[in-house]
Design a protein around this ligand. Sequence first.
Ligand code: ARG
Length: 401
Amino acid sequence: MTERIVLAYSGGLDTSVAIGWIGEATGAEVIAVAVDVGQGGESLEDIRQRALGCGAVEAYVADARDEFANEYAMPTLKANALYQGHYPLVSAISRPVIVKHLVKAAREFGATTVAHGCTGKGNDQVRFEVGIQTLGPDLKCIAPVRDLALTRDKAILYAESHNLPIETTKKNPYSIDQNVWGRAVETGYLEDIWNAPTKDIYDYTATPEFPPAPDEVIISFAQGVPVAIDGVKVTPLQAIQELNRRAGAQGVGRIDVVEDRLVGIKSREIYEAPGAMALMTAHKHLEDITIEREQARFKATVGQRWAELVYDGQWFSPLKRSLDAFIEDTQQHVNGDIRMTMHGGQAIVNGRRSETSLYDFDLATYDTGDTFDQSQAKGFIELWGMSSKVASQRDQRVSGL
Ligand code: ARG
C-alpha cells in the first residue's frame, strides 16, 4: 500500500505546492487537512477544492472554532496569559488544536506521517512536532519548507510550471497567522525594529487616532468565562467575535513587541487581539474583587509559567496540565459583571459587581459604618516588621555602628 502523509494545509502558496512536492520527494499520497480556528478569509470549501486541484488524494476540513474558543482561548483567558507580559499566545494556542485534528486525520486515513509548512526558525515547528510526538508517538513528522528546502521562489516556479490553481503573483511581504483569538504579523519591513508599523499591517483593529464615539460594554462572567455581553447570552466564541468587532473598532489590542523565541532569536512581532485583550482586561478586574490576595499573587506567577510553557510548545505536558488544575480551582468564584469603556485604543474598566465578591464596603469605607477596628493595626505592624528589626539590630551590632 502507498504510504500516506497528512499535511496541515492553509490554502496558501507554500502548503499548496507542498502537496505535489511531498508526493514527488517521498512517493506518498498526500491528505490535506485544513482546520478552521476562526481565521476568516476564504471559504473552507474553496480551500478544500484547491487542495484537491493541487493533487491531494483527500482533503478534509475541520470546523474547530468552538473547540478552539472553549478549550484553548478560555484557558488562556483564565490564566491571564501574556508571554513576556505582552503576547496573548494567539498562534501558540492554535497549534495544539490543529495538531489534534492532524493526528485524528492521520488515524482515519491510515497515514504514517504528518507534515507542516513551518520554517526552521520559528516556534511553530516546535509546537507542531512536540504536539504530534506527544499525541501520536508512532507518527513521523516532516516539514517540506524546512527539510525539503522548499523556498518561496521554488514554490512559485513549481506552481507555475504545474499550473496549480493558486495565485503566485500576489506578494505579501509579511508572514501572517490569524485566528479568532488574534492576528500575528512579522518579517519584511518590520524586521527593522525602529520602523513603526504602517496602517496597512492592521486588519482586526481600526487606527485609534480616529476613533468613533466611546463604546461602553458590560461583560458578564461565570467561573472566569464570559457568558453575556450587555445582557445578551453568548458562547465563548461569540464573546470573542463580538469583542473583536467592538474593541477592534476602537483600536484596542494592538501590540508591538520584540519577543524571545524558543529557538534563541529575538524577533519583532505585531499582534492584534482586540477581543482577547478586552476580555483579559475585564477578567483580571473581576479576579481583583473575587480572588483572595495570596491566591491571586500566586496565580500571577502560575499564569506566567503557564504562558511560557504554552509559548514553548508544551501544551500537552504534565506540568501544564497541573497548572491548569490550579488555575481552574481559582476560577470558582470569578462570577459577575465588568463595565468597561473602549475608546482610543484603550479598554478601561469603570465598574464591577459580583455576588461572590470579597470587596466588603463596611471594611473599606472611611465614612460612618466603618467596621474595621483600627486599634488592631498598631500591634499588627509591630509584629510584621519584627524579623527585619531584629536582623537590623544584629547588623548594627556586628558592624559596630
Ligand atoms: N511569534 C509568534 C509565536 O511564536 C507568532 C508566530 C506567527 N506565525 C507565523 N507563521 N507568522 O507565537
